[in-house]
Design a protein around this ligand. Structure first.
Ligand SMILES: *[C@@H]1O[C@H](CO)[C@@H](O)[C@H](O)[C@H]1NC(C)=O
Ligand SMILES: [Zn+2]
Length: 439
C-alpha cells in the first residue's frame, strides 16, 4: 500500500470514529476522563480514601466521620457544598452555578455485620462493615469531584454531588429530597459496584431495573397454655403457620405470572419451651414488585390474609408495615432517554460491547426515590477480574472491593455529568435571575 492510501485510510477512519461518537463530544471527554482517573496520582489517592472509609464504617444517619471526611476533601479540592442534609448528607456544587443542573449520587452507610476478611484495612469497628461497597461509591464520587475540578472550564452548567446517608433500609434518599437536595436538578445518575460483572463493563436497562420493596411484621395472638391440653389454649403457632402458607398463595395464585413479585416470611418467633403453647407469635418479612400498583395490591392482601387466616384459628393479628423505620422503596425505574444517553457515554468510554443489557433484579435501592421526582438512571459497574480470586456478593462478611474499579466509577460519574450538560442545554437561554448567588 502506498503512502497516499495510508493517509487516506487514516483520515477515513478518523472521520468514521467521529461520526460514531455523539456530536464528537463523549468520545473525547470520556476517554480523557478515564485516562485522568487511571493516573497513578488520582488512583492512589482514591485507594487511600476508600481504605480510610472502609476502616471506619458508620451505620445509616450516623455517618458523621464519613461526612466530615467528604467535607474536608471537598474543601481541599476547592468545591463548595451545603451541609447538613438529612443529618449527615453533603451536597457539593461545581460549575457555573446556572442551569442545567445534573446530579451524581453516592450512598455513605455501612451494614451492621462483622467483617470476616483479614487484611490491613479491615473494619476497626466491631459489628460494622462496608459490605455493600458504599465506601467505594463515596470514593468514586470524590474522584469525580477531582476530575471535574481539573476540567471545570468544560462544565456548561452545574454538577451537583449528592452524598446521601442511610441507603440500607433507611430511605436516606427520600429525606435528602425532602430537605431540598435536588432543588433545580434536571437529572440524576447513580451506580453500584457489581462483583459478578467484569471490570471495565457496565450493565443496566431502560424501565424497571430493581424491585420496589416493603417490610411487614405481624403479631398473632392466641391464648397460651399447657401443650398437653390444647383444648384450653388458642395456639398461635399453628395459626401463624397457616398464615405463612396462605401468604405464599398471593404470588402463586393472585399475581400475574409475568409480573414478577416476591413475598418472603423471613422471621418466625414464638414459644420457648417444649411443653408450653405460647400466647403469641411474631412473624415478619418482605414483599417486592416492579410496579407501584402491584406493590399496593400486595400490601393490602398481606394485611387481609394475615388477619383473615389468623381469625380462622381464633387468633387476633396486628400488622405493622414499619413505614417509619424502613420506608417502602419504590421500584427503580430507569428513564428511557437517559438509557440511550448512558449507552452513548459509557460506550464511548469503554466500548459499546462492554455496555451490557441486564434483566431486572428483585433487589431494591433507595435511588428509586429520586427517580420518582426527576429523571434518573441507575447502573452497575463491574469489579470481576478473571485472573484474581472470585469476589463475594454484597452483604457477605467476606465482601471485598476490587479497587481497580475506582477510576472507572469516577470517570463515568464525571463523564455522564459533563456530557449531560453539553447535550441537554436548554433551547431557549434561561433568564439571568435563575442564577444562584450562594454557589
Ligand atoms: C486483573 O488483575 C491482574 C493482576 O492483578 C492485573 O494485572 C490486570 O491488569 C487486571 N485486569 C484488569 C482488566 O484490570
Ligand atoms: Zn448497596
Amino acid at each position: 500500500m502506498n503512502f497516499f492510501s495510508w493517509v487516506f485510510l487514516v483520515v477515513f477512519f478518523h472521520l468514521l470514529s467521529q461520526t460514531f461518537s455523539l456530536n464528537g463530544m463523549p468520545l473525547d471527554i470520556s476517554t480523557k476522563f478515564l485516562n485522568y482517573a487511571k493516573k497513578e496520582e488520582l488512583f492512589n489517592w482514591m485507594v487511600g480514601v476508600r481504605r480510610k472509609i472502609h476502616e471506619n464504617p458508620e451505620l445509616g444517619y450516623e455517618e458523621f466521620e464519613t461526612s466530615k471526611l467528604i467535607r474536608e476533601e471537598l474543601n481541599k479540592i476547592g468545591i463548595k457544598y451545603k451541609y447538613p442534609f438529612s443529618v449527615t448528607g453533603v451536597v457539593g456544587f461545581i460549575g457555573t452555578g446556572k442551569p442545567p443542573f445534573v446530579a451524581i449520587r453516592a450512598d455513605m452507610d455501612a451494614l451492621a455485620m462483622q467483617e470476616m476478611v483479614e487484611w490491613e484495612h479491615k473494619s476497626r469497628v466491631p459489628g460494622k462493615m462496608h459490605a455493600c461497597g458504599h465506601d467505594a461509591h463515596v470514593t468514586m464520587l470524590l474522584g469525580a469531584a477531582k476530575i471535574l475540578q481539573a476540567h471545570r472550564e468544560e462544565i456548561k452548567g452545574t454538577v451537583v454531588l449528592v452524598f446521601q446517608p442511610a441507603e440500607e433500609g433507611g430511605g436516606g434518599a427520600k429525606k435528602m429530597i425532602d430537605a431540598g437536595a435536588l432543588e433545580n436538578v434536571n437529572a440524576i445518575f447513580g451506580l453500584h459496584v457489581d462483583p459478578r460483572l467484569p471490570i471495565g463493563h457496565v450493565a443496566s436497562r431502560p424501565g424497571p431495573l430493581l424491585a420496589g420493596s416493603g417490610f411487614f411484621e405481624a403479631v398473632i395472638s392466641g391464648k397460651g397454655g399447657h401443650a398437653a391440653i390444647p383444648q384450653h389454649s388458642i395456639d398461635p403457632i399453628l395459626a401463624a403457620s397457616n398464615v405463612i402458607v396462605s401468604l405464599q398463595h398471593l404470588v402463586s395464585r393472585e399475581a400475574d405470572p409475568l409480573d414478577s413479585q416476591v413475598v418472603t416470611v423471613a422471621k418466625f418467633q414464638g414459644g420457648g419451651a417444649f411443653n408450653v403453647i405460647p400466647d403469641s407469635v411474631t412473624i415478619g418479612g418482605t414483599f417486592r414488585s416492579f410496579s407501584k400498583q402491584s406493590f399496593m395490591q400486595l400490601r393490602q392482601r398481606i394485611e387481609e390474609v394475615i388477619t383473615g387466616q389468623a381469625s380462622v384459628q381464633r387468633c387476633k393479628a396486628s400488622i405493622d408495615f414499619l413505614e417509619n423505620e424502613k420506608p417502602f422503596f419504590p421500584p427503580t425505574i430507569n428513564n428511557k432517554q437517559l438509557h440511550e444517553y448512558f449507552k452513548n457515554v459509557a460506550g464511548a468510554m469503554l466500548g459499546i460491547d462492554k455496555v451490557e443489557d441486564m434483566t431486572p433484579l428483585m433487589g431494591s435501592e433507595d435511588f428509586a426515590f429520586y427517580q420518582e421526582v426527576i429523571p434518573g438512571y441507575f447502573f452497575f459497574i463491574g469489579m470481576k477480574n478473571e485472573t484474581s480470586k472470585q469476589l463475594q456478593s454484597p452483604h457477605s462478611p467476606l465482601f471485598e472491593i476490587n479497587e481497580d474499579v475506582l477510576p472507572y466509577g469516577a470517570a463515568l460519574h464525571a463523564s455522564l455529568a459533563v456530557n449531560y450538560l453539553l447535550e441537554f442545554q436548554p433551547e431557549v437561554p434561561l433568564p439571568e435571575e435563575k442564577h444562584h448567588d450562594e454557589l
